[in-house]
Design a binder for this molecule. Sequence first.
Ligand SMILES: C[S@@+](CC[C@H](N)C(=O)[O-])C[C@H]1O[C@@H](n2cnc3c(N)ncnc32)[C@H](O)[C@@H]1O
Length: 274
Amino acid sequence: MTGRPLELAETVFRLYQDLLRRRTGFVLADAQRSRLESRLGAEARSAGSFYQLYGRLRNEPADSPLFGRLLDAAVNGETYFFRDPASLRALAEEIGPERLLAAGHDGVLDVWSAGCATGEEAYSLSIVLHERGILPGRKVRILGTDLSPAHVRRARSAVYGPQSLRATSPERLRESFEPAEGGHFRLKPALATPVLFEARSILDEPASGPLFDAILCRNVLIYLDQEARSRVVDVLASRLKPGGYILLGASDALAAAASPLTLVRLSNDVAYRR
Ligand SMILES: C[S@@+](CC[C@H](N)C(=O)[O-])C[C@H]1O[C@@H](n2cnc3c(N)ncnc32)[C@H](O)[C@@H]1O
């Protein structure tokens, strides 16, 4: 028996907003109250109330399963394949070839999709690198990271429905995917293999983590408060190989304006360099 749905009162919702902002920089919009109420209903019921659940969450580390369920319930993971053709073209036609040339014959192209949601951005890049003939010939590593453990689990499954594929042409669907259960499509293994996913906040990145030739961080900074935005931009800048590029979304660009990054114009897009 599940009983009547529990109510998330506005005053308690504010506590959740504050907790998320403090721990992750994530700004949960007021309009998300009913979404949090329905998505965290089971956890609130087992804790006794939304207020008691808040009490538990406050003492949980950010990488615990319970805190992960709060993140899953709170974050907006809107994304789809080929959402941003200009940045994919810039990576496949300009940045990728330039960086591989600089890296020499055995060099590796390292790309990070920071705030990858359910993986469509990272996999779109793998597809265009195959189409341009860069893969499978050259060594490419694509890392996707996201705050939400549920998003990362879905990304690893590489199975997608019509919403995710709404901007994917029939030719690409035929070439890059195979039919899966329930009218969904699975990315072909050769395209999925170069891509790895990890669940963690950009703000919790290890200080001496791997360096990247290009970092995509699109439609992420807009959800963060000002302090978290500038910390994220600093983290991204510190993880570039010399001469590497950061590609932000148009709506994220303001966050970089106050950073030490320099805006560079490419034929297909704009990017930032240190
Ligand atoms: C709207 S999606 C954007 C997905 C993709 N980059 C795109 O442009 O299509 C935003 C994603 O950023 C993630 N996110 C927000 N703050 C983050 C942080 N501090 N670290 C990692 N991921 C974060 C959210 O979990 C969400 O999945």
